[in-house]
Ligand binder design. Structure first.
Ligand SMILES: Cc1ncc(COP(=O)(O)O)c(C=O)c1O
Length: 333
């Protein structure tokens, strides 16, 4: 599994308790679900979307930027795929980034530091999978030096980090990529966007009608103020969950996070943890395939119920040695 996320079953969404995908712990807001229903009732799927100008207007208002700097895409992933070549990526990082070269982040205590090295760099803020915040001063000085910096802020609206969105007017060499997938819990709608002078260049390479008319209707008609209020409420929830998480003394190494998820190097292997939890009806992200991490890392979404996940992992790890001497059947029952 490259990304995490539970598998559909014969065309039906999965029922497992999914802590492998990091969505807003408050779920999809009612105001958005009402708009989705309204879109279907109005039959907007019978129309092609238009030139996306009203959608860009709403996104521009949510982030306080010029609508001319907004690009819209079929999820942040489409924008990422269109970035082109020549980028350096500090690791560990989101698997989809185009990497011409990589370097390792610095592990400092219970967190990671992501320096900016090279002339063209992609970072995530907060970082996926570690939950670390980007170094504000470091990014700003790279921009002042004229380096091209892409900051993926897909988790920033519901994370405890400072956003770079307000700098896109000042720095044409800055591109912020983001999405409503995580912040409004709508991964199935596929709506991502970019903020910055490079947006236009990416849109020229993109296909027409990449944002479908249901997503287009919903996000063109949503009230930007309501979205901002919901983000603020969501950050309070994430803050509460992070406080519970950081009050726990976990074995192995649990990393400080500013994101709606956390990274944990458990004493057990991630493969065993994932299989054991699946037996209990839970899914977490096996984070061993992120560059720079090893076979003991898992990433867990922060939402109600995450303490049960922790408890199961603790049970497993406490009994690990004993159970390892027996058969896996016992471990995974
Ligand atoms: C850091 C990061 N950026 C982008 C994405 C993809 O977002 P979207 O669903 O909008 O394509 C993800 C999804 O996991 C992510 O973790």
């Amino acid at each position: 599994m490259i990304h995490g996320g539970a598998l559909w079953e014969r065309g039906r969404p999965p029922e497992v308790k999914d802590f492998s995908v990091n969505l807003n712990p408050l779920g999809t807001p009612a105001f958005l679900e009402e708009l989705i229903e309204e879109a279907v009732k109005r039959g907007v799927h019978k129309f092609y979307p238009d030139d996306y100008s009203s959608l860009k207007q709403v996104i521009a208002e949510v982030y306080g930027v010029d609508p001319g700097l907004v690009g819209v895409f079929n999820g942040a992933t489409e924008a990422i795929r269109l970035l082109g070549k020549g980028f350096s990526v500090p690791e560990p990082n989101f698997v989809e980034y185009p990497r011409s070269s990589i370097y390792l982040a610095e592990e400092v205590g219970d967190s990671f530091r992501f320096p900016i090295r090279g002339e063209k760099v992609i970072i995530s803020n907060p970082n996926n999978p570690t939950g670390a915040e980007a170094s504000f001063n470091e990014v700003l000085s790279a921009l002042q030096l004229g380096k091209e910096v892409v900051v993926d802020e897909s988790f920033a609206d519901i994370g405890l980090v400072k956003s770079f969105a307000k700098y896109v007017e000042e720095f044409p060499n800055l591109l912020v990529i983001s999405t409503f997938t995580k912040s409004l819990s709508v991964p199935g709608l596929r709506i991502g966007f970019t903020l910055g002078a490079k947006s236009r260049e990416l849109e020229v390479k993109a296909i027409p009608w990449r944002v479908n008319s249901i997503a287009y209707y919903v996000f063109s008609n949503v009230d930007p103020k309501e979205v901002r209020r919901f983000f603020a409420e969501s950050r309070r929830k994430v803050e509460e969950l992070l406080a519970i998480y950081s009050s726990k003394k976990l074995p192995g190494k649990a990393y400080r996070s500013r994101a709606p998820f956390f990274l944990w190097r458990t004493p057990c292997t991630s493969r065993d943890v994932v299989r054991y939890l699946l037996g209990k009806g839970y899914l977490v992200r096996d984070a061993s395939n992120f560059i720079g991490l090893d076979s003991h890392y898992i990433r867990v979404a922060l939402k109600d119920g995450f303490e049960d996940v922790i408890q199961f992992v603790l049970n497993l790890c406490e009994n690990y040695q004993r159970v390892l001497k027996g058969s896996f059947k016992v471990l995974y029952r």
